[in-house]
Ligand binder design. Structure first.
Ligand code: HSE
Length: 439
């Protein structure tokens, strides 16, 4: 690397690639002024070199050959923005073995293959920048690795999938059902290439894997994250939740408890008085509670060309600055800050997680039904906080909504198995976990 410039190449000229190139070109003067060095964009590789992305590039910059970036000895930092696992993983390893630093927005790759990639980077003495992999433009990686380094992290709660948040917001504001809201999210281009990643909680779980690793110094443990999507939630549930004083959000949660670290993604009812309940539309927010700092909240755009490009360029500059003063790998990558040889930390099983619960039973409107349901709940130590039943249905079923005090997941699942087998219950019971610190 030269003294006054750093040379970068991008692989993947899609949404984030275009935003990154745009920022590097249009903000070159600002970057030079603030850092004292230039970031030179040398090559961009993509299979499609003809589509107009609205970014004016010098002739010859675009290539269809990724090797022109990965193997170019003049390129210091390879920016991987192609997404997916293969061949992104192989390209990244080749760049690392070539002695190049890497910057990526690829949360799926890091969550599932990251332990190997970070070990490769350590061996090669290079850095992997991954600010753009979680919550787009919100600098949450920097918050956990640097800003809150003095804290034991008590809990992290994130709305880190804009598509699901957009869907819930639309269902709540316009009283439309899930399928209609999803179609609109896809039309607006918010959803991942495979929308299952958004609506089944997979994208949030990828991002949570990264946050938990940084917060608790554990290896990337994607397979240990409990995931539940948003497809079963109806506009009626969102309306009942509102009546009870809650918003429904797809929350990614990691917490330190005496029984181990919780890592879970599921629809969650959040009290209206929590700031995070007000995060609507495609916006993301991450709440971090530290033992010294207390409660903190970070809000912004979690996707899109320019917000995510902003995070990619910040990583390039961080790496550039480190190289300029000869101090690369100053801040550990993943898993966060762990003493070599330290015992593995325990991950809590979902069965042992405790929270309040919302239940929507579909029950026949007959005398004694509620007492049979509440009897089973009582047998499993599940205590009722409130009940809503509206309307009458002679010979048919009605929704009976119950809010339960803090209970254990294992007990809830056992109780629901018994309740759903009752002849007076017509459909599988819908339940939503409730976060409420008043409990
Ligand atoms: N599909 C993702 C979202 C994009 O909706 O948030 C950003 O990772």
């Amino acid at each position: 690397m030269k003294k006054n410039s750093v040379s970068v190449g991008i692989i993947g000229f899609g949404t984030v690639g275009s935003g990154t190139a745009h920022i590097l070109i249009t903000s070159a003067d600002v970057i030079r002024e603030r850092t004292g060095f230039a970031v030179e964009l040398k090559r961009i590789a993509d299979l499609d070199v003809t589509r107009d992305r609205g970014v004016k590039l010098p002739a010859g910059m675009l290539t269809t050959d990724p090797a022109a970036v990965i193997d170019d000895p003049d390129i210091d930092i390879v920016i991987e923005l192609m997404g997916g696992i293969h061949p992104a993983k192989e390209f990244m390893i080749r760049a690392i073995r070539n002695g190049k630093h890497v910057v990526t927005a690829n949360k799926a790759l890091l969550a599932t293959e990251g332990n190997e990639l970070f070990a490769e980077a350590e061996r090669a003495g290079v850095e992997i920048g991954f600010e753009a992999s979680v919550a787009g433009g919100i600098p949450i990686i920097k918050v956990l690795r640097e800003g809150l380094i003095a804290n034991r992290i008590i809990a992290v709660y994130g709305i880190i999938n804009g598509t699901s948040n957009y869907i819930f917001t639309k269902m709540s504001d316009e009283k439309v059902e899930f399928s209609e809201a999803l179609k609109e999210a896809q039309r607006l281009g918010y959803a991942e290439a495979d929308p299952a990643f958004d609506i089944e909680g997979i994208d949030s779980a990828h991002k949570l894997t990264i946050l938990a690793s940084l917060a608790y110094g554990i290896p990337l443990s994607y397979n240990e994250v409990y995931k539940e999507g948003i497809t079963r939630i109806t506009a009626q549930d969102i309306a009942f939740a509102a009546e009870l004083g809650y918003k429904v959000k797809l929350l990614a949660i990691t917490k330190a408890t005496n029984e181990g670290i919780e890592m879970r993604v599921h629809p969650t009812m959040v009290p209206n008085e929590y700031l995070i309940s007000k995060v609507d539309g495609v916006f993301n927010a991450v709440y971090v509670q530290g033992d010294a700092v207390g409660a903190t909240l970070y809000y912004g755009r979690g996707a899109g060309d320019m917000p995510t490009g902003s995070a990619v360029v910040a990583d390039i500059i961080d790496i550039g600055r480190n190289v300029m003063c000869g101090s690369t790998r100053r801040i550990p990558g993943i898993p966060g800050f762990v003493k070599p040889g330290a015992a593995a930390k325990k991950i809590k099983k979902m069965d042992d997680v405790e929270s309040m619960y919302y239940f929507r039973f579909s029950a026949f409107d007959e005398p004694g039904v509620l007492s049979r349901i509440s009897g089973i709940l009582g047998n499993y130590n599940i205590s009722i906080a409130s009940v809503i039943q509206k309307g009458r249905s002679i010979g048919g079923s009605v929704p009976v909504v119950v809010l339960a005090h803090r209970s254990r997941e294992k007990d809830v699942l056992s109780a629901l198995r018994e309740i759903d087998a009752l002849p007076v219950v017509s459909e599988k019971t819908l339940f939503i976990r409730v976060e409420d610190s008043k409990e």
